[in-house]
Design a protein around this ligand. Structure first.
Ligand SMILES: Nc1ncnc2c1ncn2[C@@H]1O[C@H](COP(=O)(O)OP(=O)(O)O)[C@@H](O)[C@H]1O
Ligand SMILES: CC(C)(COP(=O)(O)O)[C@@H](O)C(=O)NCCC(=O)O
Ligand SMILES: [K+]
Length: 257
């Protein structure tokens, strides 16, 4: 079975793929000080508690945080006796190479999303990923990542507002009932919610204009469904997009070994 690990700047997601379906998906806060032993205690207790009968024989990692990869590699080597594939490293092949400026290191999460999005929808495609950052990945007809947009993430914007203004509280993102807020929290929620809807709609409009062709829009990431309530832009919401891409890349590397 495959252990697929998607490490973002906020959360790290572990999924177990049995060749047909995901048996389990577990999430932990990303922390580069976490050791391989800590990961294993956490993983094995979740496996036991949920009665997940998994024998991990292979692993693949996508990490936007370079520092965590070391301990994740140790986890795979020591406890699952396998050498993980790490997306973005030279020994992890991709079906189609990205077409970007020389010297650019594209976030591995964006490369993985590109593979998954193209498998499900073909091109031309825009993938919107609501993570720590909100990213837009532009996928060409042949499946190449050809660039995109990086915007500050929703929660990052809320944090920045709270940190910079003494009278603004820490709040969670939500869809407000009305645009015009009649209290501080409602005003902040409106600014961030409708501001983001405008940001996403505006960026997609401009990307389509620049590419001058029809492009599907797929959304992923924890906050995608909340924003889908405020816009008709998304053709689909796919929470498992990154995990699907990790499975595809792992298969591709085995097939072409
Ligand atoms: N269902 C949700 N509701 C509210 N906030 C969420 C939800 N899922 C994720 N988040 C928040 O969205 C942000 C991005 O999370 P995540 O998608 O895990 O980011 P990353 O992939 O960059 O680690 C985090 O601040 C997280 O707490
Ligand atoms: C843009 C990102 C920070 C998004 O990461 P996330 O929100 O998933 O934690 C990550 O994809 C990254 O570090 N990218 C490197 C630069 C690039 O993709 O061009
Ligand atoms: K992201």
């Amino acid at each position: 079975m495959l252990l697929a690990i998607d490490c973002g700047n906020t959360n790290t997601v572990f999924s177990i793929w049995d060749g047909t379906r995901f048996l389990a998906t577990w999430r932990i806060a990303t922390d580069h000080t976490r050791t391989a032993d800590e990961y294993f205690v956490w993983l094995s207790s979740l496996m036991a508690m949920t009665k997940t009968d998994a024998t991990v024989t292979e692993a693949i990692i996508s990490s936007t945080v370079p520092r965590v990869v070391f301990n994740l590699r140790v986890l795979c080597n020591r406890y699952f006796d396998c050498r993980p594939l790490v997306v973005g490293k030279p020994d992890c092949r991709l079906p189609v190479a990205p077409r970007v400026d020389l010297g650019t290191t594209v976030g591995p999460d964006r490369l993985v999303n590109t593979v998954a999005g193209h498998d499900r929808h073909g091109g031309d495609l825009i993938i919107v990923d609501f993570g720590t950052a909100t990213t837009f990945d532009v996928v060409d007809d042949d499946g190449a990542y050809v660039g995109g947009v990086i915007a500050p993430g929703v929660n990052l914007s809320l944090e920045a507002l709270h940190n910079a203004a003494a009278a603004l509280p820490h709040i969670d993102v939500a869809k407000p009932d009305k645009v015009i807020g009649t209290n501080t929290v409602a005003c902040m929620q409106s600014g961030v919610y409708w501001g983001y809807v405008g940001l996403v709609e505006g960026i997609v409009r401009e990307v389509r204009r620049e590419r001058d062709r029809p492009m599907k829009v797929v959304a992923t990431g924890g906050l995608a469904s909340l924003f889908a309530q405020g816009t008709a832009l998304f053709h689909s919401i796919e929470d498992d997009l990154t995990m699907h891409g990790l499975v595809l890349i792992n298969d591709y590397n085995k097939e072409t070994a």
